[in-house]
Design a protein around this ligand. Structure first.
Ligand code: C2O
Length: 367
């Protein structure tokens, strides 16, 4: 009972436990179904654009101040009652509901992954996550910084710009077991400062191979080469709109999982998913990923790279009204349910922030 030429328009009606990634997920949002407010970002000229920064590029003092604030915020979120949508637990469950298929998409399980809703949904999710952090901190200037894992710190012929410190290591502020930013169940040894992130996990994934657990750490030069390849692949390779965003995904379209670029977009299935599998534990499954605080630092980098891609080629944003008019649901810093439109999330300045520029010399080789 659906038409294949209508945009996704979510409701929470019909949400039910669903089988996905080998198990049952019971994560329907606990937010109110009514009333639902339409939300449109409006530019606030009285407020400066906040800059989301690369974690490894903060100086010691900035990092300490940031870590204190973020830890305070997550302590508050962890202490919120279970029926408060803003609790970290419920934010994670919300990602589960939208990704493991418990939410209904015109009669079939919905999934924000493996299709063109991937980038806009996660940007909205981070936007409201940041508003919630600002609100519990009572600090509207608070800005969520990102894990700059694509930055290998290699400067080529002076071509690099912005911060040139490598972001290939797991951000240490998330690795301290006494911190609320720590999360159990990650791959052991992430706090080892010599370990480099492997962005090539899904790029080199072959049918029949298991992605988990990780093999021994590959030699540094091999990892560096894989990372450059994974980044250059989507950025300079086939960077068509279809390849970058993945398949068109409309009302009633089936949920599909595929670690090749036939279904999902190239940045999503390669570097993005590789980082999830590299961190492992809860990060490795859609149903649990957003329980790990590093999820939000990871996705900051994803949407920064999306922004980077859009700015180099503004004409490659899908023009299809089924993309632009898709309607998604979130909840705001008061726990109120809001309905948003995909076409309203394409301009970070309208949302009040921008990104620090960082080194991309190894992989950004325009052709
Ligand atoms: Cu919804 Cu990084 O995944």
């Amino acid at each position: 009972n659906f038409t294949t030429s209508a945009p996704v328009r979510l409701t929470f009606d019909g949400c039910k436990p669903t089988f996905s990634t080998g198990q049952m997920w019971d994560c329907c949002p606990i937010v109110s179904k009514e009333p639902i407010r339409n939300f449109k970002p409006t530019f606030n000229s009285s407020r400066p654009i906040r800059i989301r920064r690369a974690l490894q590029c903060l100086d010691e003092e900035e990092l300490e101040e940031y870590r204190d604030k973020l830890e305070t915020a997550y302590r508050i979120l962890n202490a919120l009652p279970d029926d408060d949508p803003r609790s970290l637990k419920n934010q994670a469950a919300f990602h589960c509901a939208n990704g493991a298929g418990t939410i209904d998409n015109a009669g079939v399980p919905f999934d924000i992954h493996f299709g063109w809703l991937f980038h806009p949904w996660h940007r909205w999710f981070l936007y409201f996550h940041e508003r919630i952090l600002q609100s519990v901190l009572g600090d509207p200037s608070f800005t969520l910084h990102f894990w700059n894992w694509d930055n290998d710190g290699i400067v080529i012929n002076g071509r690099s710009k912005g911060c040139t410190k490598s972001g290939h290591k797991f951000p240490s502020m998330y690795a301290d077991p006494s911190s609320p930013l720590y999360h159990q169940s990650r791959s052991p040894g992430l706090d080892d400062p010599s370990l480099l992130v492997d962005l090539g996990r899904t790029l080199y994934f072959k049918d029949g191979e298991t992605l988990l657990p990780p093999g021994p750490q590959l030699p540094d030069d091999v990892v560096l080469a894989r990372n450059t390849e994974a980044m250059a692949f989507w950025f300079n390779g086939d960077s068509s709109t279809r390849r970058f965003y993945g398949r068109a995904y409309r009302a009633g379209d089936p949920k599909m999982e595929d670690f090749s670029v036939t279904i999902g977009g190239s940045l999503e299935v390669y570097a993005h998913t590789s980082v999830h599998f590299w961190v492992q534990g809860d990060m490795a499954l859609t149903g649990t990923a957003a329980y790990d605080p590093v999820f939000y630092a990871h996705h900051g980098n994803i949407e920064r790279l999306w922004e980077h891609w859009m700015r180099q080629a503004p004409d490659r944003v899908p023009e299809d009204p089924d993309f632009l008019d898709a309607e998604l649901l979130f909840f705001d810093e008061n726990g109120d349910t809001v309905r948003v439109r995909v076409g309203d999330v394409l301009d970070t300045h309208l949302l009040g922030y921008d990104y620090e520029e960082t080194n991309d010399a190894s992989w950004n080789d325009p052709i």
